[in-house]
Ligand binder design. Structure first.
Ligand code: MN
Length: 131
C-alpha cells in the first residue's frame, strides 16, 4: 500500500535511534522528518504541521517536557499530538509525563507494535487499519 499517511516529526538526538524510527514510519507509509534539538523541533513543528510528534525526553539543549510546553503555548502547534519517548522506563515516568501533558508514552527500545497502537489511538479519523 502506497497511501500517504502524512508527516510525522521525530525529535531525537541519537542518530541511530532517529534513523530506526524513520525507517519504521516510512515502512508504514508515513513521511518522517527528524529534529535533533528542542529548538529545531519547535521550528519544524510550526513550519511542517506534522500530524504526530515523537519526543525524546533527553535532548542536548533542553528536555522534552519544556519543548512540549512551548509547542502547547503556540496556537500553530498546540493541537498536535505529542508522544514522549524515554530511554529508561522508570517507575512513575509514565504518570509524570502524562501529567506534563503528553498524549502518549513509549520507552526505548521502541516496539513497532506499541508504536502503531499509540499512533492509531492518537490519529483520529479512520487510522484503525494501520496494521
Ligand atoms: Mn536523547
Amino acid at each position: 500500500m502506497t497511501e500517504e499517511r502524512g508527516r510525522v516529526l521525530v525529535v531525537e538526538d541519537d542518530e541511530k535511534s532517529a534513523r530506526l524510527m524513520c525507517e519504521l514510519f516510512s515502512l508504514r507509509g508515513f513521511d518522517p522528518v527528524t529534529a535533533g534539538t528542542g529548538a529545531e523541533a519547535v521550528t519544524l513543528a510550526a513550519r511542517l504541521q506534522p500530524r504526530l510528534i515523537l519526543m525524546d525526553i533527553q535532548l542536548p539543549d533542553t528536555d522534552g517536557s519544556t519543548v512540549l510546553r512551548t509547542l502547547r503555548g503556540n496556537p500553530d502547534t498546540a493541537e498536535i499530538p505529542v508522544v514522549a519517548v524515554t530511554a529508561f522506563a522508570m517507575t512513575g515516568d509514565r504518570e509524570r509525563l502524562l501529567a506534563d501533558g503528553f498524549d502518549g508514552y513509549l520507552s526505548k527500545p521502541i516496539d513497532i507494535g506499541t508504536l502503531v497502537d499509540e499512533m492509531a489511538a492518537l490519529m483520529r479519523g479512520g487510522e484503525d487499519h494501520l496494521r
